[in-house]
Design a protein around this ligand. Structure first.
Ligand code: ADP
Ligand code: TRP
Length: 326
């Protein structure tokens, strides 16, 4: 079997520039990478149930994220896209794993401890989150799992569960490796802090052009007058512009900053145009996809079939191994 690279994306909100540069763009490049012959990307809607209790919102975010990722250029010749909840074997495997993992081990999860410290309800879904994620990874015999730094411990939990299962019932699972891109830098938000939904400082990729312009006009700067020299290194506008501009364009605007020949208003206008130009083809593609629901459903269907066939195969072996089937 070829080496499988798998990742899950939680449908918990609209994609912003931080998500794009920190997660989506690296994943798209990976999907075009020749090293991986098979890539599984699924929408982790069962995980998202823990934070989104509004059914209409969960459904909308799920549909949105599928279209967003497709619009951004996944290589569909080797990428299978599907919804986590469409593979019923997953929750069965989670239950089997639940009988191998101790409460004290899961209590050490950083994500769980942080969530509780931040006042989240300590429900079983939150506690069991890493076990469901381990099942996501192991069910498809994934070798490589691209994730953000914050998910590293979850991969270690999956490795531990694979070891425990293999030791108890015989070698059945591949031990997955995390793929963590350490060179992806943090994208700053409108207020200069990390761009994040929780800080309400985001620029969403697919909001209207007017909203994008209006948000950019609100980027926080110091109060230097239009003709005063400005510091390009501490400017929140330029921090974003660097993601979109060529080296030559960046040099040019930095010189204008130092000379005091450009106002913040002008550099915000330049940034807005750069963002809109960069995302124009993706936004157009997204509009097209919105009018092709059958095509989108078909991609999900193909992805589900492929994932299901591996999941069924694994579960047959698991059921036999643990004694649920002869
Ligand atoms: P948010 O902080 O808005 O809730 P998420 O935690 O849902 O974002 O992030 C989803 C993915 O996007 C993660 O892989 C995360 O590393 C990446 N990401 C989010 N915000 C940023 C940012 N400001 N800069 C770089 N990457 C980010
Ligand atoms: N927990 C991951 C996140 O919040 C999403 C996720 C769920 C995932 N299952 C996965 C990622 C399996 C990689 C593999 O980002």
């Amino acid at each position: 079997m070829s080496k499988l690279c798998l990742t899950g994306i939680q449908p918990t909100g609209k994609l912003h520039l931080g998500n794009y540069f920190g997660a989506v763009k690296p994943l798209i490049s990976l999907s075009q990478d020749t090293e991986f012959e098979d890539i599984f990307i699924f929408v982790a809607n069962l995980h998202a149930l823990n934070s989104i209790k509004d059914p209409v919102l969960l459904h909308t975010y799920t549909q949105d994220i599928v279209i967003d990722y497709l619009a951004m250029g996944l290589d569909l010749t080797k990428t299978s896209l599907f919804l986590q909840s469409d593979i019923r074997e997953l929750t069965e495997l989670t239950w089997i794993f639940n009988n191998l993992v101790t409460v004290s081990y899961l209590e050490r999860s950083h994500a769980y401890k942080d969530a509780i410290a931040n006042g989240k309800e300590a429900n079983m879904g939150l506690f069991d989150y890493p076990v469901l994620m381990a099942a996501d990874i192991l069910l498809y015999q994934s070798s490589v799992v691209p994730v953000g730094q914050d998910q590293k411990q979850h991969i270690e939990i999956a490795q531990k569960i694979a070891d425990k299962f293999n030791a108890r019932y015989g070698e059945l699972f591949i031990k997955p490796k995390p793929y963590i891109q350490s060179d992806t830098s943090i994208v700053k938000g409108l207020d200069g802090r990390k761009m994040s939904k929780s800080y309400h400082n985001t620029i969403e990729i697919f909001e209207s052009e007017d909203t994008i312009r209006s948000k950019i006009s609100k980027i926080i700067t110091d109060s230097k007058a239009p003709h005063e020299p400005k510091d390009p290194d501490s400017c929140n506008i330029l921090a974003l512009y660097r993601l979109f501009a060529s080296e030559q364009e960046i040099n040019q605007i930095e010189t204008q900053y130092r000379e005091g020949s450009i106002s913040y208003k002008e550099s915000k206008d330049i940034l807005a145009e750069a963002i809109l130009t960069y995302f124009k083809p993706i936004r157009t593609r997204r509009q097209e996809l919105l009018s092709q629901p059958v095509y989108v459903q078909d991609i999900l269907h193909q992805g589900t079939l492929k994932a299901q066939s591996i999941a069924q195969n694994t579960m047959e072996k698991v059921r036999k191994a643990v004694g649920l089937m002869s």
